[in-house]
Write a protein that binds this ligand. Structure first.
Ligand code: PGA
Length: 248
């Protein structure tokens, strides 16, 4: 529920857009604001230097669902990405099955789904791997392989979201490899090169580089730091630098 007014959202968006200067061919930047701001912000980025995302969507195409927003509605106002299963929505009652339904519906519309998974706490026995595996296996049930190009998984340990406690690059890398193992098991080895794995949870300008280089994640889901234009722009710049050296 940030920023608190459309005026602040516009200013933040334009500030980030200015700081980015050009559209990047190697790094995709998506801003996923609250529903009421999306249409206005979409018109501020006609060239899609910044793509627009939604924080949630309802899986049914139409019908009597007061208060819900459909994926087609979002598409019609320029949204290309939908975050699915954010831990705050899960905490509000969203189930793995609902995450699966929304993910399938988003991909069917040829829109990008950013599916969030992550444990609430870490224990010495490593049962957080089981938590993430269960979330993944349910969320990805029945997805056609041909649609995997629209899928990204965001590993967001709940204990790291908004807390200032970031997973170490080693933890992020370990979980990335684990998620890839589950994806390979579900869809075959080739799928691993198609599905992007993001990290989220207290990402900031100071830890972005290590998470990309040592953590080897493909990108970030940024919360608090995205509300400060200069910090968000620095994270984007770090990703661009890394992408340049990584693909060179
Ligand atoms: P944070 O939020 O970057 O502030 O930890 C991440 C999120 O909301 O998913």
């Amino acid at each position: 529920m940030n920023p608190s007014t459309i005026a602040t959202a516009r200013k933040l968006f334009m500030d980030v857009r200015e700081r980015m200067k050009t559209r990047s061919s190697t790094v995709e930047v998506v801003v996923a604001p609250p529903f009421p701001y999306i249409a206005a912000l979409s018109s501020l980025s006609p060239s899609k230097r910044i793509a627009l995302g939604a924080q949630h969507a309802f899986p049914e195409a139409s019908g009597a669902h007061t208060g819900e927003v459909s994926i087609a509605m979002l598409k019609s106002i320029g949204v290309s990405h939908v975050i699915v299963g954010h831990s705050e929505r899960r905490a509000a009652g969203q189930t793995d099955t609902s995450v699966q339904e929304i993910t399938a519906a988003v991909l069917k519309q040829k829109m990008h789904a950013i599916v969030c998974v992550g444990e609430t706490k870490r224990d010495a026995q490593g049962s957080y791997f089981t938590t993430v595996e269960t979330q993944l296996r349910t969320a990805l049930t029945g997805l056609p392989k041909s649609q995997l190009k629209y899928l990204a998984i965001a590993y967001e340990p709940v204990w790291a979201i908004g807390t200032g406690n970031t997973a170490t690059p080693a933890d992020a890398q370990e979980m990335k490899l684990f998620i890839q193992k589950v994806i390979a098991d579900l869809f075959g080895r080739r799928a691993v090169n198609i599905v992007r794995i993001l990290y989220g949870g207290s990402v900031k300008r100071g830890n972005a580089e290590a998470l990309l280089t040592e953590g080897t994640v493909d990108g970030f889901l940024v919360g608090g730091a995205s509300l400060r234009a200069s910090e968000f722009a620095d994270i984007i710049a770090t990703a661009r630098t890394y992408a340049r050296t990584h693909t060179a």
